[in-house]
Design a protein around this ligand. Structure first.
Ligand SMILES: Nc1ncnc2c1ncn2[C@@H]1O[C@H](COP(=O)(O)OP(=O)(O)O)[C@@H](O)[C@H]1O
Ligand SMILES: O=C(O)C1=C[C@@H](OP(=O)(O)O)[C@@H](O)[C@H](O)C1
Ligand SMILES: [Mg+2]
Length: 163
């Protein structure tokens, strides 16, 4: 989900592992020349999801940490590509914690239809996150450092060769 910690924990994880870090939100903005919210406002939800799928499927990296956006799970081919690249890990955060973290829901560029709530998004997407992830880490009240440690444990200490 948005706010689960993919970008923040991801960069700390990459640093701990000595690996490159890719945040697909930044890749989308570079490819499209628009901020995420502008992309959503100007082209609409489907075009945003198409741009996100194209950006993710353009990745051809190994031995890297990738933080996709929360809506990557809305495009099966994007998720299948991530699974082909490596291990997919779900940061499972309770909805109340996400609601506490996200104070910019209207400007963050979240891929939701008008009138949809974060709870609607959670109900729709949680089964998809569970389906596509090879493993999940429960992040209930943990600090960033505790989450990074939990992710390292979930990866079982078997890491790709450092570059
Ligand atoms: N384990 C955590 N504990 C406390 N705050 C966190 C944790 N993980 C992320 N955050 C905070 O939640 C917010 C969203 O994190 P972010 O990495 O942008 O999430 P995502 O990329 O999944 O949307 C940030 O303010 C970040 O500092
Ligand atoms: O879940 C979502 O709908 C989205 C999450 C965002 O990324 P984060 O998950 O890093 O916030 C970004 O990709 C876009 O705003 C859509
Ligand atoms: Mg992010």
């Amino acid at each position: 989900m948005p706010g689960s910690g993919k970008s923040t924990v991801g960069v700390l994880l990459a640093k701990a592992l000595g690996l490159p870090f890719i945040d697909t939100d930044l890749l989308i903005q570079q490819r499209e020349g628009l901020l995420l919210q502008e992309l959503l406002d100007q082209r609409g939800l489907d075009a945003f999801l198409d741009a996100e799928e194209a950006a993710i499927r353009s990745l051809d990296c190994r031995a890297s940490v990738i933080a996709p956006g929360g809506s990557a799970v809305c495009r099966e081919r994007a998720m299948e590509h991530l699974r082909a690249l490596g291990r997919v890990l779900y940061l499972r955060v309770p909805l109340p914690e996400l609601e506490r973290r996200i104070d910019n829901i209207t400007t963050r560029g979240i891929a939701m239809a008008p009138g949809q709530t974060l709870a609607d998004l959670y109900a729709y997407r949680a089964p998809l996150y569970e389906r596509f992830a090879g493993a999940a880490v429960d992040v209930a009240g943990d600090t960033l450092e505790q989450t990074v440690a939990a992710v390292l444990r979930a990866l079982g200490g078997r890491f790709p060769p450092r570059l």
